[in-house]
Design a protein around this ligand. Structure first.
Ligand code: AMP
Length: 282
């Protein structure tokens, strides 16, 4: 496994890579959710690149950029075990050198859902993914359904800017009690960790009501919100049922929909989602 830390070396490596080349972009501190993407990408590509970059552009001024968990040595050990060919891990100053001023945004998708609570977050995501795709030129790139809005934005961005990658979205990997795996779960205290599966529980209750034939989105949202309200450590930011492509809020769940939720537990802000109508995406 080669570890590349400069843009020049990454571009040279990409030019000599045997194709198809698969890319798994991450912010590191890897868990089984990340590794599910790595495993899938390994099977589907001749060359497998994993990027590790804690992207400052996607953190707001009062967010957790400085405290975001990092353990590059452990990450490299895990990636080596998973037969990764190339790890791209560069410094912030390499990615955003002095004078940097170009950002990518989407007219509608970046302002919805999480975008209402994290105003420049998805601009940061769209910018780094555009840069990674330009530098690495993947044939296929792998993202988790866990970050559902991010997946929708990246598919749109890839199409709109003709970036030419195939975007693969892979199911959310969960702990045994249903909590979606996330690098941010380390922020949870013992009591918060015990309470956090309420998020997935609420989503499952929403799904089971939907399965009974109820299509009133606001009713479903209220039911899920009340489940989360029953957990004193949970502070609900939103639960919202949206069209899976446009992320428009639905009144009536009459098409493929995503139920998105964001909840704060102390220092940790956790997101999760399920898809109504297409089981495998969950
Ligand atoms: P991050 O390091 O949090 O930026 O995540 C890197 C990639 O891993 C993103 O495409 C995430 O959606 C994906 N990912 C994170 N957590 C999970 C999970 N629990 N299951 C599946 N994919 C995940």
């Amino acid at each position: 496994m080669e570890v590349v830390t400069t843009l020049v070396d990454m571009i040279a490596a990409r030019d000599r890579a045997i194709r198809p080349l698969g890319l798994v972009p991450t912010m590191g501190y890897l868990h089984d959710g990340h590794l599910s993407l790595v495993k899938r990408a390994r099977l589907e590509n001749r060359t497998l690149v994993v990027s590790i970059f804690v992207n400052p552009a996607q953190f707001g001024p009062n967010e957790d950029l400085d405290s975001y968990p990092r353990d590059i040595d452990r990450d490299l050990r895990l990636l080596k075990k998973h037969d990764v060919d190339l790890v791209f891990a560069c410094d912030v100053s390499e990615m955003y050198p002095p004078g940097y001023q170009t950002y990518v945004d989407l007219e509608l998708l970046t302002g919805k859902l999480d975008g209402r609570y994290r105003p420049s977050h998805f601009q940061g995501v769209a910018t780094i993914v555009t840069k990674l795709f330009t530098i690495i030129r993947p044939d296929k790139s792998y993202f988790g359904q866990k970050d559902g809005q991010q997946a929708v934005i990246i598919k749109r961005l890839n199409r709109d800017l003709n970036l030419g990658a195939e975007i693969v979205v892979s199911p959310t990997v969960r702990e045994a009690d249903g909590l979606a795996m996330s690098s941010r779960n380390v922020y949870l205290t013992k009591a918060e960790r015990k309470a956090a599966p309420i998020i997935y529980k609420a989503l499952c209750i929403g799904r089971s009501i939907w399965e009974q034939g109820i299509r009133d989105a606001k009713f479903l949202e209220r039911e899920m919100a009340s489940v989360i309200a029953g957990e004193p450590l949970a502070k609900l930011e939103y639960v919202s049922i949206v069209d899976i492509n446009t992320l428009e809020e639905l009144e009536n769940v009459d098409r493929l929909a995503m139920v998105c939720v964001a909840v704060k537990f102390g220092k940790a802000r956790l997101i999760d989602n399920i898809v109504l109508g297409e089981e495998y995406l969950e």
